[in-house]
Design a protein around this ligand. Structure first.
Ligand SMILES: Nc1ncnc2c1ncn2[C@@H]1O[C@H](COP(=O)(O)OP(=O)(O)OP(=O)(O)O)[C@@H](O)[C@H]1O
Length: 617
């Protein structure tokens, strides 16, 4: 191992973000959140604070020592002075080297490893743990990109806040108080300009920081809106191109960029003006300290050593005062950022495991919807007083016009949302009282819109049952009639077959191919309950016939709910349930329903070429 790796290894182990179990974050504001994370590394953080203050104390001691030395040597000559102060000089040299550099090294190493790397990593990791528990409604309300951006924003703002609070601020406060004390010790008239300078700086900060934080917030919002619009545009680029909307979209983007620039200009202007005020105050401080010192030299109340010390202190104060203003700006900016972004991490998820939830035990596969009421956000009901009893091993086809509530019904069975009234039972167990993981592990679900993870085809199929053997995966692929197209796959980086990547959300595959991968995944999962939401809609008739055979095999011995617009695919079901505006309006064996002259028979009659001609009327 390289020397530097060995040297820094101990610092890397002080805060191990990935080993810290997740705890719910407090939603009591930015400072509560800051405290929540600071408590994970109290030792290193307090050490940084103490070291930061100690470094400044030693810097001030060196300045004081130099002034003493200059006075002593100029008054009594070098040799007698050095002889008389041997011990003090050795201590002084030790402080100068190696103590101060060593403390700076420790402070930097702790700050860089714990504050700059491990702390943001901890926030991102715990931020992810907080977000992954959120229900689907949460993700429907936000762009996925926005969620990721907000977690990253909180991580960087908390890091910034902590760095200012425990690293920069203690150093600056010690410098301010110490310089003042030293000036008073050297010669009290020297302290007067410093006191006035501190008061004037505080006034500038008091006026500039609130203005700055307002504009900084506006400009951050404008920037994130710009990024949001661009993300939305690129993820819908196909629609933009199909409607030849590039020009109008570019116009909207130009406006967003313009607004963002405008906000940034305002932010910079306040920064420049307050900087100018601080620079002017610094020049005035220097001139007045210089004037008082020269006057003191002439009048004899300031020695040469004190003159040197006063000028050095003034220069250090001036150099750091601009940093102080920017510290204030950073704090306000970070507080604003945390306040805006923290709800994604602190909002309580609405679908959670009940206390003492037990794993679902599917023995028969019986499903009961009992007087279920449900609506998404507002009061508009999507399902009303819906009761449905599905017997063990029964195959039920769900039919209804678009928007009738079919997908919603199966989403409730998977507890992607909670019912507003009534309950859903599987083998007599209320799904609200079992663990969500065990419920979803017991249900194989092929969705209408199959989206795949940007990984290899093999990994996407293994998602059905991680740890499945090679033989099982191969058999699932065969079962889904996916072997031929997978064998021919090749991605941009030369990976072939099962190793080929599928592109973002599976864009490199056709709709039918994506559906076959989804079927293979569910075959591998082999869950006792099966939900097929338009499982074969993207397949051509020939492929559908092949897959249908496989699905029939897959359905054997399982309880099945199948949604289909193409009625031929569900004609073989034991029972058809027809939904209309959230209610069951008819149900029965397919043949009986055909004869009854209801909605199902009308839909069937309108079906041409395998499709329902006017589903949306
Ligand atoms: N995430 C959601 N948030 C708000 N409303 C939703 C959401 N998903 C669906 N809806 C609404 O709920 C109603 C039922 O939708 P659902 O998707 O269950 O119908 P469906 O019968 O499956 O339709 P389709 O056959 O077109 O898929 C619709 O009015 C729809 O607009």
């Amino acid at each position: 191992m390289a020397f530097s790796n060995r040297l820094f290894r101990p610092f890397e182990t002080l805060l191990r973000p990935l080993d810290i179990p997740f705890k719910t974050m407090p939603d009591g504001g930015p400072f509560r959140l800051l405290y929540h994370f600071a408590r994970y590394a109290p030792g290193p953080l307090i050490s940084i604070l103490v070291l930061s203050a100690a470094i400044e104390i030693s810097n001030l001691a060196v300045i004081w020592g130099v002034s003493h030395l200059v006075d002593g040597v100029s008054e009594g000559g070098a040799v007698p002075y050095l002889r008389e102060h041997q011990t003090a000089l050795v201590l002084f040299l030790v402080l100068f080297f190696p103590v101060t550099p060593l403390m700076s090294f420790l402070c930097n190493a702790l700050g860089s490893h714990v504050l700059s790397v491990a702390m943001p990593a901890l926030i991102q990791w715990h931020g992810h743990k907080a977000v992954e528990r959120q229900d689907l409604a949460f993700f429907h309300d936000l762009f996925a990109g926005q969620v990721a951006t907000r977690i990253a924003q909180v991580a960087s703002a908390v890091k910034q806040q902590l760095a200012v609070a425990i690293w920069l601020l203690p150093n600056f406060i010690v410098q301010l108080i110490g310089s003042l004390a030293l000036m008073i010790t050297l010669s009290w008239p020297l302290a007067i300009p410093v006191v006035i300078w501190i008061a004037a700086n505080a006034l500038v900060a008091h006026r500039a920081i609130p203005k700055f934080s307002g504009t900084a917030r506006k400009s951050a919002k404008a920037r994130s809106r710009l990024v949001g619009s661009m993300t939305d545009l690129y993820s819908n680029i196909q629609t933009v191109k199909l409607f030849a909307a590039e020009d109008s979209e570019a116009g909207a983007l130009r406006r967003a960029i313009g607004t963002s620039m405008e906000a940034q200009y305002r932010e910079r202007q306040i920064g420049i003006l307050s900087d100018m005020a601080v620079i002017t105050l610094n020049v005035l401080l220097f001139l007045s300290i210089f004037a008082v010192s020269v006057w003191g030299l002439v009048r004899g109340f300031v020695s040469i050593g004190e003159f040197v010390a006063a000028i050095t202190l003034t220069q250090r104060l001036s150099a750091n005062s601009r940093g102080f203003l920017s510290m204030g700006q950073q704090i306000f900016e970070a507080v604003g950022t945390i306040r805006d972004a923290m709800p994604v991490m602190t909002n309580a998820p609405s679908v959670v495991d009940a206390t003492g939830a037990r794993p679902l035990a599917v023995t028969q596969g019986e499903i009961r919807f009992e007087q279920v009421d449900f609506g998404y956000r507002d009061e508009t009901p999507v399902l009303q007083d819906l009761s449905l009893h599905i017997h063990p091993g029964e195959k039920v086809g769900l039919v209804g016009l678009s928007g009738a509530g079919k997908t919603t019904l199966v989403s409730l069975l998977l507890r992607l949302f909670d019912v507003k009234g009534g309950r859903i039972l599987i083998d007599g167990q209320d799904i609200a009282r079992v663990t969500q993981a065990s419920l979803r592990q017991s249900i194989g679900y092929i969705t209408q819109d199959v989206s795949l993870l940007h990984r290899s085809i093999g990994d996407n199929i293994l998602y059905g049952r991680p740890g499945a053997s090679e033989v099982e995966v191969t058999s699932a692929i065969r079962g889904a009639s996916a072997a031929d197209f997978i064998a021919e796959l090749k991605d941009g980086e030369g990976r072939t077959g099962r190793d080929a990547f599928v592109g973002d959300r599976g864009v490199r595959l056709s709709g039918g191919q994506r559906q076959r991968v989804a079927i293979a995944r569910v075959l591998l999962k082999d869950a006792p309950i099966l939900v097929l939401d338009e499982a074969t809609s993207a397949l051509d008739s020939e492929a559908e016939a092949t897959i249908q055979e496989k699905l029939d095999l897959l359905m054997e011995g399982k309880t099945v709910i199948a949604i289909a617009h193409r009625l031929s695919t569900i004609a073989r079901m034991d029972r058809i349930v027809v939904l209309d505006r959230g209610r069951i309006i008819e149900q029965g064996a397919p043949d009986n329903l055909l004869r009854s002259g209801g909605l199902y028979s009308r839909l069937w009659a309108r079906q041409t070429g395998g499709y329902i001609a006017s589903m949306d009327d």
